[in-house]
Ligand binder design. Structure first.
Ligand code: ADP
Ligand code: F6P
Length: 468
């Protein structure tokens, strides 16, 4: 357990995110334990914070607990407590049952509740206050993601001396969808409190600028907005990446290689291993992907005696209704397929609903012959990039949804439309049966892309433009 202390600190560089990089859980013996938090935001920002130092302000994942700050991997952790009501209304409600589905093409219907909005505003104010207390004079504060849209403007009011950046990790929707939100103007104006607003793709930045002009009446020319108070606000795209060198080093580690060999053996040394890795989220296209594999096995296009589809899914937002439904659906679907194809003790689909350490993730990536990433909508998708960084051999393939932000960069992946089941099945087969030369050419191009744009480049580009 980390050493806690209540000494007040002042930091020149702060990350403010709903999640801290570590979650406080209760271990089997009732003792508190700290685990890496789920999701791409933490994977991306952890190496940046280790290099830069400073403070990370966020929630520690357990409701109704107030804990002191502590040092972690060379930077300061500053926990913001959330009550049970905050978790229900701010996190599960407005963040993950209103904004999350709305921003992901309404693949599930967003819910609009006025009391959720009130709590979202209150919790954003508390994050802004925490940042204002910790930031040194003229510090740089980097606010993250859709849970904290109002923080930039609230923080500017409290501390006009700060440089404030904001990065959205998920897609920013087009006008037609965003306009559904009863609190659309307030969210736009919250973001306009920043000096620089970053999006995954140019389309997100363009959507934002259009909405800012329309809802807030600001003037804008290209990526530059003039806010109501006369400040210049930039809105640009910064496609996020991973610490590719770090992932490769993990995959090269002899212990990870041994774990990979054992895993391949445990899976029955199949000729072909397909892999899916996701948070268990309805935006990730798991229902469609598993259905596609079920049909490929059932129709004899994939042979369950020499093929395994390994799907791991981290538990996520388990108290939100759509996630509970998804969990049940996937359990049923996998059970039904495995009862029809494959043999007892040798299932065609190996499904694990749990979270693994990064070393195990690297082992899985390194044995997967074909990685299958098929979200219905995704801001970026770091899993696709992690696979490319970890997989040593060129005799491999990445199947990637055209609706993942990563598809814009990973152009040599086998792209598919996850809504088109037959098309997705054909793409999976093509990625498996293409000539070795064709697969190798694609993998080499993907590797070049992922290693040429790493997470430090992303952070440096953003912070340079922020003038930090
Ligand atoms: P999101 O941010 O929506 O979760 P990303 O693909 O961008 O999606 O990032 C997911 C991150 O979570 C990756 O770093 C991936 O390695 C990690 N991850 C996904 N599934 C698991 C799992 N079962 N165990 C551990 N880490 C996981
Ligand atoms: O951007 C993806 C993201 O929503 C992050 O903001 C978040 O930290 C991560 O996925 C995991 O989700 P959660 O924090 O709700 O478990």
């Amino acid at each position: 357990m980390p050493e806690q202390s209540s000494t007040p600190i002042r930091a020149d560089f702060l990350v403010v995110a709903n999640r801290l990089p570590v979650d406080r859980k209760t271990g089997p013996d009732g003792e508190p334990v700290w685990r890496t938090s789920p999701g791409g935001l933490v994977t991306a920002l952890e190496p940046v914070m280790k290099r830069k130092g400073g403070a990370w302000i966020g929630w520690h994942g357990a409701p109704d607990e107030t804990i002191d700050g502590f040092e972690h991997e060379g930077y300061r952790i500053v926990p913001v407590p959330l009550s049970t009501q905050d978790v229900e209304e701010f996190y599960e409600g407005f963040s993950n049952a209103t904004l999350w589905p709305l921003y992901h093409d309404v693949v599930a219907p967003p819910k609009f509740h006025r009391e959720w909005w009130d709590t979202y505003r209150d919790v954003n104010r508390r994050f802004a206050q925490a940042a204002a207390e910790v930031a040194a004079d003229g510090a740089t504060v980097w606010v993250q993601d859709y849970q904290l849209h109002l923080v930039p403007a609230m923080l500017r009011e409290l501390r006009p001396d700060l440089r404030i950046g904001f990065f959205l990790h998920i897609p920013f929707p087009p006008q037609e969808l965003f306009q559904q939100l009863p609190w659309r103007r307030q969210l736009i104006e919250g973001l306009l409190g920043a000096d620089l607003i970053g999006f995954q793709l140019p389309g997100g930045a363009a959507n934002f600028i259009r909405l800012a002009k329309r809802l807030s009446g600001v003037k804008a020319s290209r990526d530059t907005i003039i806010a109501a108070d006369g400040r210049t606000v930039l809105a640009r795209a910064y496609p996020i990446s991973i610490d590719a060198d770090g992932f490769k080093a993990l995959a090269d580690d002899p212990e990870v290689k041994a774990e990979a060999a054992k895993l391949r053996e445990d899976l029955g040394n199949p000729k072909t291993i397909f892999l899916g890795v996701d948070r268990l989220d309805y935006t990730k296209g798991l229902r469609q992907r598993i259905r596609a594999f079920g049909e490929l096995f059932r129709d004899g296009q994939l042979d369950p005696n020499e093929t395994v589809f390994l799907q791991v899914a981290t538990p996520s937002r388990e108290r939100v209704e759509e996630y509970r439904k998804l969990r049940d659906d996937i359990d049923l679907l996998v059970g039904r397929i495995n009862s029809q194809v494959g043999e007892i003790g040798n299932p065609a689909i190996v499904y694990r609903h749990e979270s693994y350490p990064r070393t195990s993730m690297a082992a899985m990536y390194s044995i997967a012959d074909v990685m299958v990433v098929t979200p219905l909508r995704d801001g970026m998708n770091l899993v696709a990039k992690e696979y490319v960084a970890c997989h040593e051999s060129d005799d491999a393939a990445l199947v990637l949804s055209e609706f993942a932000g990563a598809a814009k960069e990973l152009k040599q992946a086998y792209h598919c439309n996850p809504h088109d089941l037959n098309g997705m099945k054909e793409t999976i087969l093509r990625a498996t049966t293409d000539s070795r030369a064709a697969r190798s050419r694609r993998m080499r191009a993907l590797r070049h892309q992922v290693f040429a744009h790493q997470i430090d480049d992303w952070a440096n580009d953003f912070l340079r433009d922020l003038g930090a």
